[in-house]
Ligand binder design. Structure first.
Ligand code: F6P
Length: 361
């Protein structure tokens, strides 16, 4: 049994991170009598001068409904570089981190993060340090788990935003474009688009054609609906084009919504507006599902460490929380399958993905 474990959060925040921290601390202290150390600002907290803090039952009291992470996070460590549009994690100063962990008597780690953070966690495992990962991303693009916490809250927020855009779009006979997060996968755009009654959904998995978007706008007009709602994932690409960045050096996506808006307005003369939902999708209180999933993940991570599991990640599969190898989480991105039921359903009810061959579906 470990005497003390460390907990850290890495990558972009997601609603439900505090639920995981709280559950891990309550399980570690309450169930197993261990001590917990919070590592601040992701792996930065165990480098250099270190930034550590005691986590007690009292410090995690009341944090379940809170957004963000009480431990702070970083999505680009001081040891990371971006070269030619790719995040490179060179040599994470792992010896220094291990020395610091040893110095503060931290015997195992619960690492909560996305693909990049979990890849670093795997390096600790390879050096023989006990670690269990907890998957996190609002994009829901980690393949080893059915769903990540934060995702459903993001969908709720995007759906509500779409509902609101709907009434103003209809009142002004405008085309409204809502840009949502989704770097590699279109899960948020797809599910929020379905739940919020979008007319066009543009996702990274299906190259879009502006001609097809216009076709939908005109078809709706012909049928008597003078407004159109478009949801676009930030990573969506026009056929033959590439992702649009706000800042390529920092890998900051953004701008595809405005690009689509401009094309529509210029080519149809219809007034079009774009709303970028951005970090509103990540901030604030997690919904009930994400609180429950985060809590289940946090408790399971500690149980896994105690029962001797190493190099594992907790995951939801077939409705059950259990553990899978950490490498499974790092290796594959979970895209929206083109033959998925959700895509089929969307097409059945008349939603367009603006694919070049859209009419054949
Ligand atoms: O990975 C989650 C995510 O929300 C992506 O969809 C998005 O591209 C990225 O984080 C944005 O991160 P940042 O907070 O650095 O702008």
């Amino acid at each position: 049994m470990f005497k003390r474990i460390g907990i850290l959060t890495g990558g972009g925040d997601a609603p439900g991170l505090n639920a995981v921290i709280r559950a891990a601390v309550r399980t570690a202290i309450g169930e197993y009598g261990m001590k917990c150390t919070g590592i601040e600002d992701s792996f930065e907290g165990i480098l250099g001068e270190t930034q550590l803090r005691k986590l007690s039952l009292k410090t995690v009291s009341g944090i379940l409904p809170r957004g963000g992470t009480i431990l702070g996070t970083r999505n680009k460590g001081s040891f990371c570089k971006i070269i030619d549009g790719e995040m490179i994690i060179p040599e994470m100063p792992i010896d220094e981190a291990l020395r610091n962990l040893n110095r503060f008597k931290i015997e195992a780690l619960v690492v909560i993060g996305g693909e990049g953070t979990l890849a670093i966690a795997e390096r600790f495992h390879k050096r023989g340090f006990p670690v269990v990962g907890v998957p996190k991303t609002i994009d829901n693009d980690l393949s080893a788990t059915q769903v990540t916490f934060g995702y459903r809250t993001a969908i709720d927020i995007a759906t509500e935003a779409l509902d609101r855009l709907h009434t103003t779009a209809a009142s002004h006979d405008r085309v409204m474009i809502m840009e949502v997060m989704g770097r590699n996968s279109g899960w948020i755009a797809l599910e929020a688009g379905l739940a919020g009654s979008a007319d066009v959904i543009l996702i990274p998995e299906i190259g879009f054609s502006i001609d097809q978007v216009l076709k939908k706008v005109y078809a709706r007009e012909k049928a008597g609906s003078l407004f159109t709602n478009v949801v676009v994932a930030e990573g969506a690409k026009e056929v033959g084009g590439s992702e649009i960045y706000l800042d390529k050096n920092e890998l900051r996506l953004g701008g595809v919504g405005e690009y689509v808006r401009k094309q529509i307005e210029e080519r149809t003369g219809k007034e079009s507006r774009c709303v970028v939902l951005g970090h509103l999708q990540r901030g604030g209180s997690p919904n009930a599902f994400d609180r429950m999933l985060g809590t289940s993940f946090g408790a399971c991570a500690v149980r896994a460490l105690v029962s001797g599991e190493r190099g594992k990640m907790v995951a939801l599969q077939s409705g059950q929380v259990h553990t899978v190898p950490l490498v499974d989480a790092i290796e594959n991105i979970k895209s929206v399958p083109l033959d998925s039921q959700l895509i089929r359903t969307a097409r059945d009810i008349g939603i367009s993905f603006a694919a070049v061959d859209e009419d054949e579906h």
